[in-house]
Design a protein around this ligand. Structure first.
Ligand code: KG4
Ligand code: ZN
Length: 340
C-alpha cells in the first residue's frame, strides 16, 4: 500500500509518500518557514497558515514527482495537536485531494506520529516508555502497543524545545534555539565562568516537568553580566552548554524513573529535541548503566523534527482500524489517548 501524507501542524509544510512494505520512504519533502519566523523568535500562526497555503501545492507536486506513475492508495493528514489555522490548511488540502483522487483519508495524531517515527527502521519492543520532546510538547507516555497509550507525566509550563528556543532568544542566538545552542555548547573548551542553573522538579517523585523557571534563571544571569561578558564567546558557549545539560539531566532522570517504575522493556525517544546529539549520547550511556536491560530506541535524526513520513506510518495503523472518517476536524489540543 502507498500512502500520501500531509503535515502542517506548526511551521513546516511537509508531504511524503511512503510504501508500507518495510515503510520505504518514496519521498519526504519538508519546506521550512524558519527564516520567516526567526524575526519573531517563535512561530506566528496566521503567517504560518498563509505560508502553508502557498507552499502545499508546490511541496505536493515535488513529493509526487518521484515515481509519479505509481498509484496512491490512502491519504493521511495530521489533525492535531498543533496550531489550529495551520492544521485546517493541511486537512482541507487533504480532503480536496481525497475527493479528486477518489481515495480514503485518515486523520493522524501528531504526537503518535512522532513516536512512530521510531518504527520505520526497527521493530518496537513493548511495553515502552516514550519521551516526546518537541517545541510544543514534553510528555512521558506509557505505550503498551501501537495505539495504546497512557500519559504518565508532562510539562506544567514550557516544553523542552520551547525552553531551548526562549533561552536562545535571550542570548541573541536566533530561532530555532535547539540546534544553535547545541552547536555553541559543542564549541566549549573549558569552563571559566562556572554557570549553574537549577534542575527544575528533578527530585520530585512524579513524571512531570517545568521549564519556565529555567528561562527565568537564564535571563537573571544574563542581566547581571556586563555587556562585554554577555557578548563574549565564552559566556555564550558556557551558558549554552549549561542549558543543554540542565534539560538533558531532567529528561534522563524522569524518563529512567518512569521506565524503572513501570518495568518496561524499552525507552522510545521522539520529537525535535530528540535530534540533539548530546541528549542522544547521554541517554545511551544512562540506559546502558542500568542494572536491568532496557533497549533505547532513537529515531533517525532527520525524522525527529516535523515531517510527513511519520504521519504516513501513523496513518497506516489508523487505516487498519477500518473506521470511516468523513468529518476530519482540526483539534489544537488533541491528546494522545483521545479518539480521532
Ligand atoms: O518536533 P518539532 O520539529 O516541532 C514540534 O512539534 O514542536 O520540534 C521543534 C523543536 C524546536 O523547539 C527546536 O528548537 C527543537 O525542536 N530542536 C532541538 C534540536 N533540533 C530541533 N532542540 C535541541 N537540540 C537540537 N539539535
Ligand atoms: Zn512535532
Amino acid at each position: 500500500m502507498r500512502i500520501l501524507a500531509i503535515e502542517t501542524s506548526c511551521d513546516d509544510t511537509c508531504v511524503a509518500v511512503v510504501e508500507t512494505k518495510h515503510f520505504k520512504i518514496v519521498s519526504n519533502i519538508v519546506s521550512s518557514q524558519v527564516k520567516l519566523h526567526a524575526k519573531y523568535g517563535g512561530v506566528f500562526p496566521s503567517l504560518a497558515r498563509r505560508e502553508h497555503q502557498k507552499n502545499l501545492p508546490i511541496v505536493f507536486k515535488k513529493a509526487l514527482s518521484k515515481d509519479k506513475n505509481r498509484k496512491i492508495d490512502l491519504i493521511a493528514v495530521t489533525s492535531g495537536p498543533g496550531l489550529e489555522p495551520c492544521l485546517w490548511t493541511g486537512i482541507n488540502f487533504g480532503k480536496e485531494l481525497a475527493k479528486k483522487m477518489k481515495l480514503p483519508i485518515v486523520p493522524v495524531n501528531h504526537i503518535e506520529a512522532h513516536i512512530l517515527a521510531n518504527i520505520i527502521d526497527k521493530k518496537p519492543v513493548f511495553p515502552a516508555v516514550c519521551l516526546i520532546v518537541s517545541g510544543g510538547h514534553t510528555q512521558i507516555i506509557l505505550m503498551k502497543k501501537i495505539g495504546e497509550y497512557k500519559i504518565l507525566g508532562e510539562t506544567k509550563d514550557d516544553a523542552a524545545g520551547e525552553c531551548f528556543d526562549k533561552t536562545a532568544r535571550i542570548l541573541g542566538l536566533g530561532y530555532p534555539g535547539g540546534p544553535v545552542i547545541s552547536e555553541k555548547a559543542a564549541e566549549l573548551r573549558n569552563k571559566k565562568l562556572k554557570i549553574t542553573l537549577p534542575r527544575p522538579m528533578i527530585h520530585q517523585k512524579n513524571y512531570d516537568f517545568s521549564f519556565s523557571g529555567l528561562k527565568t534563571a537564564v535571563l537573571y544571569d544574563f542581566k547581571k553580566r556586563s555587556q562585554k561578558i554577555r557578548k563574549s564567546k565564552q559566556y555564550i558557549q558556557e551558558m549554552s552548554a549549561e542549558i543543554q545539560q540542565t534539560i538533558t539531566d531532567v529528561l534522563i532522570k524522569k524518563t529512567l524513573k518512569a521506565a524503572k517504575d513501570c518495568k518496561v522493556k524499552s525507552i522510545i525517544l521522539s520529537g525535535g529535541v530528540a535530534s540533539n546529539k548530546e541528549l542522544r549520547k547521554q541517554f545511551l550511556t544512562a540506559v546502558n548503566n542500568q542494572y536491568v536491560k532496557i533497549i533505547l530506541s532513537l529515531p533517525d535524526e532527520k525524522l525527529c523534527t516535523d515531517n510527513a513520513v511519520m504521519v504516513a506510518v501513523a496513518g497506516y495503523f489508523n487505516w487498519q482500524k477500518k473506521k470511516n472518517w468523513k468529518e476530519i476536524e482540526a483539534n489544537a489540543n488533541l491528546r494522545i489517548a483521545d479518539e480521532l
